[in-house]
Design a protein around this ligand. Sequence first.
Ligand code: ITT
Length: 197
Amino acid sequence: MINEVVLATGNKGKAREFSKLLEGVFGNVISLSDIGSPPEVIEDGLTFRDNALKKAREIAQYSDKLTLADDSGLVVDALNGRPGVYSARYSGEGATDKTNIEKLLAELGDNPDRKARFVCVLALVDPNGEELVIEGFCEGVILDKPRGEGGFGYDPVFYLPDREKTMAEVGPETKNRISHRAKACELLAQYLKGKQN
Ligand code: ITT
């Protein structure tokens, strides 16, 4: 097992999920608040991959430690992939999960095409320059109003037809088995295990 990794996220919802998902993958997961005053990374990339690599590279350079970053978001077919890389700040300055959901539902209106997916791109960057990028997806449809209290972000409007529940209703254990982030972490764990053998 790799001993230590810095998790380069300021998002509490993500950090909560990662603390479970990375159990057994790294001995110790360090948060941004444990490494002093890291630089604020400007997410100006056009893809999840660019942003994930940028976050991981800048924090790996600053901390001189192996660093894992997640760039993730919601991709809606009928909106040509929006909010995509703008998921966190979709409703502009001071965006919250609630205002982002309101904007999403207003943009979709009564469009019958509700297909969407959550995407998670993980970038693992070693300060010596070694880099790994891994993606995970989760398919669903956008409801016309929020349901459920769990999770974070767009979870209350992300409906899983197979389970007849939103991502905010399935509970943390299930989310951590089926989510885009869970899929990406599973692939990461498999890759790192293979590398050590
Ligand atoms: P960091 O960059 O510090 O990690 P962030 O919130 O700015 O935090 P992103 O740029 O990757 O992170 O934006 C991700 C957004 O996508 C997040 O704020 C949510 O709105 C949405 N999102 C990502 N994963 C999600 C999930 O599991 N459930 C619901 N919404 C999610």
